[in-house]
Design a protein around this ligand. Structure first.
Ligand code: COA
Length: 243
């Protein structure tokens, strides 16, 4: 499976999956494609208040069926990207790495000394959906315009969503994972120039993870909104990163 178009992803000879590895002191943590077998861990994490309280998307309670559906969609996106890379390698084995419209790895896993891998969380990149804006024609226009831009267009506003198992909070893991994702993949392989991050007001940990990676606070939007999981949120930080 290893071919030059995967660069800088490495391929695990055991699982045959591509992966990114976090730098020291977190070299035992890798980012891989999602696996359909991740369902129980995802369900556990997304029913944990310290994780879901800051998330807007996942329903609560989070059921196996939600995870099944979510993973099937993520797998299909990751597989499509990997196929695109493989096709490019077959077409021209000497070609420089192409620019693609996403990242084929997103699941954080801790590799234990005995080689077993433990699911730690998720870090995904997507086109920005401007969640700070209230539903309007202008919001729809922005989303539509952003989604129609071709891969590699420097004007694409990307966004990043993430969560980490509570057992591993506060060890610098997500700061390192975000840094790795941006520097190893989003800049060189997606041509990313603009990332817009959104976190609910009060989510000091998430805001800090972004700021430690060079994002600056663009604005704080005030609103009262009840999310899918029943939490009432009082606003949102919007942070920007530009290359
Ligand atoms: C947000 C989250 C991903 C942070 O991951 P993490 O690996 O624990 O973060 P880090 O350890 O890299 O912390 C980065 C900085 O934020 C600080 N921080 C982390 N959690 C914090 C919290 N709850 N309150 C205040 N500061 C916090 C850390 O102390 C660190 O700052 P320092 O280097 O100055 O000490 C994690 O807490 C999480 O999964 N939260 C629930 C889901 C979530 O909020 N997702 C993001 C939605 S926008």
């Amino acid at each position: 499976m290893a071919h030059p178009q995967l660069y800088p992803l490495r391929v695990n000879p055991k699982t045959r999956e591509p992966y990114l590895q976090l730098p020291s002191p977190h070299e035992n943590i890798i980012i891989t494609p999602p696996r359909l077998s991740d369902v129980p861990e995802i369900v556990k994490n997304l029913n944990d208040f310290s994780v879901y309280k800051w998330l807007s998307g996942p329903p609560y309670p989070y059921l196996d069926s939600h995870a099944d559906e979510w993973l099937a969609s993520l797998r299909s996106d990751c597989d499509m990207l990997l196929e695109e890379l493989e096709l490019a390698a077959k077409k021209d084995p000497e070609a420089s790495p192409i620019i693609v419209g996403g990242c084929p790895v997103r699941t954080l896993r801790e590799v234990r000394a005995d080689g077993t891998e433990v699911f730690l969380g998720d870090i995904g990149v997507d086109r920005c959906g401007y969640p700070d804006l209230e539903a309007s024609f202008e919001k729809e226009r922005l989303i539509e315009k952003n989604s129609q831009r071709l891969a590699g267009d420097p004007e694409i506003a990307w966004c990043i969503g993430y969560y980490l198992a509570a057992s591993h909070h506060g060890r610098g893991i997500m700061t390192a994972a975000l840094r790795t994702l941006i520097s190893e993949w989003m800049i060189p392989r997606m041509g990313a120039h603009l990332i817009r991050a959104e976190a609910f007001k009060g989510n000091a940990g998430s805001r800090k993870v972004f700021e430690k990676n060079g994002f600056t606070l663009e604005k704080i939007v005030d609103f009262t909104r009840t999310t899918q999981n029943g939490q009432t949120q009082q606003g949102m930080y919007v942070l920007l990163w530009r290359s």
